[in-house]
Write a protein that binds this ligand. Structure first.
Ligand code: AMP
Ligand code: MG
Length: 423
């Protein structure tokens, strides 16, 4: 495909995506509040301090198998081992006080503490038992096999999880394995959200001529909930200075951040700019991206020393969600105290040619699937207009084309952000 030249539309006053992201990150500091929550309620929360193991995990050497425990020193160099078993079985969670002298073995269950001096377990299925003696090939096990060492998962005093981590299911298991019933996390962010526009109508209402339903608020509520923040839904605000003013003041008073869509992001109405200018240092940017050019960000200050960060997103539904993923996600994670972690991405082979001029970043809606050769392949969902919300529901990924990227030929590698992963 012929290369398209740089876009004549990209003017010097457009901000590269990376620059806009850096400016946002530069303004935000993590909220200070910390609370202790039950481990069972901690998934998705941001760890406030390192978790340091107070104990060895496991606390004792124990058997990894059902079998017979013995001393590796009793293994012959070749041939078969034949060890007399002492009376009884070592069960998990139970004391076993019978001494096991050299040259002897004992029946042991998975997870049971290794009796003193014993270091090796032969699995039950590799052993023959007759007349109280256990017989197995000398090559069946090596010294130390089938035994879990004390502290092998985690030694006492060792950092188990670092502050700033967004807790995952396995993390909760690990914290519980240390005997902790609670964990210190950053307080949950509260994020206010509202839509603007005289043409926008709440779902459930009749739709007057020329109007559209408010879809942005619901897409954004879902995205905010997945980020683990508390959402303060302030509904729909008319294109009216008094209404906008009152809603913004409420958001500043009650929330850490405010996410809006439509109108306010354009700063098209003078009163919007004036109203925001009176409350803080909101910058209106034209970001060099598609979809999602108009975007505003900055701190708003209100009565009583309260403040909140405004993320004003474009009104077009696809642009609203794409700008959420590109700017708001990372911004809110930083505000929440989370260590930065990029959106998980993978490289896929484009099944189609994609026309693009260098200059802007583009986020196209894609369908990623495994090709016959086992490699990831991505195709586009079709119409990519910024208002075509269905393109996002049909897609399972965003195709991310960086500013330097020109047209993509069929078969070229492209970066994709998957919408879903392991929960
Ligand atoms: P604006 O940024 O207000 O000029 O809006 C750009 C486009 O997005 C217009 O076509 C609006 O009708 C549409 N729009 C704005 N807000 C919403 C919303 N909450 N839900 C769906 N579409 C919206
Ligand atoms: Mg509007």
């Amino acid at each position: 495909m012929a290369e398209l030249g740089p876009s004549p539309l990209v003017s010097g006053d457009e901000l590269p995506v990376a620059e806009a992201q850096a400016r946002i990150a530069g303004r935000l500091q993590p909220v200070a509040g910390i609370e202790r929550v039950a481990v069972a309620a901690a998934v998705g929360r941001v760890l406030a301090a390192d978790v340091v193991s107070p104990i060895d995990v496991p606390a004792h050497d124990n058997s990894a198998m059902d079998g017979y425990a013995f001393r590796g020193a009793d293994l012959p160099a070749e041939g078969r081992a034949r060890l007399a078993a002492v009376e009884g079985t070592v069960f998990a969670g139970a004391r076993f006080d019978t001494p096991v002298p050299p040259g002897r073995c004992v029946r042991i269950m998975t997870g049971a503490v290794m009796p003193p001096g014993l270091d090796t377990v032969v699995p039950i299925e590799l052993a023959k038992v007759d007349a109280g003696s256990v017989d197995f090939a000398a090559t069946a096990v090596r010294t130390g096999e089938n035994r879990r060492k004390r502290g092998e998962d985690l030694a006492q005093g060792q950092p188990a999880l670092a502050a700033g981590r967004v807790l995952r299911p396995a993390d909760l298991g690990l914290i519980a394995s240390l005997g902790m019933a609670e964990v210190a996390v950053r307080r949950r962010l509260k994020v206010a959200l509202f839509s603007t526009g005289d043409e926008v109508v709440a779902p459930g209402q009749p739709l007057p001529e020329g109007c559209i339903y408010d879809s942005n608020r619901f897409g954004l509520i879902g995205a905010l909930q997945r980020l683990g923040v508390e959402v303060l839904d302030l509904g729909l605000v008319r294109d009216d200075p008094a209404a906008l003013s009152a809603t913004i003041d409420r958001a500043i008073a009650e929330a850490d951040a405010v996410v809006t869509s439509g109108g306010v992001s354009m700063g098209d109405a003078d009163y919007t700019r004036d109203l925001l200018a009176a409350r803080g240092e909101v910058a209106f940017w034209k970001v060099a991206m598609r979809p999602g050019r108009p975007f505003a960000f900055g701190p708003l200050h209100g009565a009583g020393g309260k403040s909140a960060f405004l993320f004003a997103l474009p009104g077009n539904p696809v642009a609203a969600l794409v700008t959420f993923y590109v700017f708001v996600r990372d911004g809110l994670l930083k505000l929440a105290g989370a260590t930065p972690h990029p959106v998980p991405s993978l490289t896929a082979r484009s099944a189609v040619a994609i026309r693009k001029r260098p200059g802007r970043s583009e986020y196209q809606r894609g369908i990623v699937e495994r090709a016959a050769d086992g490699q990831w392949s991505v195709r586009l969902t079709g119409a990519q207009g910024a208002g075509i919300l269905r393109s996002l529901t049909v897609a399972n990924a965003l195709v991310v084309l960086g500013p330097q990227q020109g047209s993509v030929a069929e078969g070229d590698a492209v970066e994709v952000w998957l919408f879903d992963g392991l929960a």
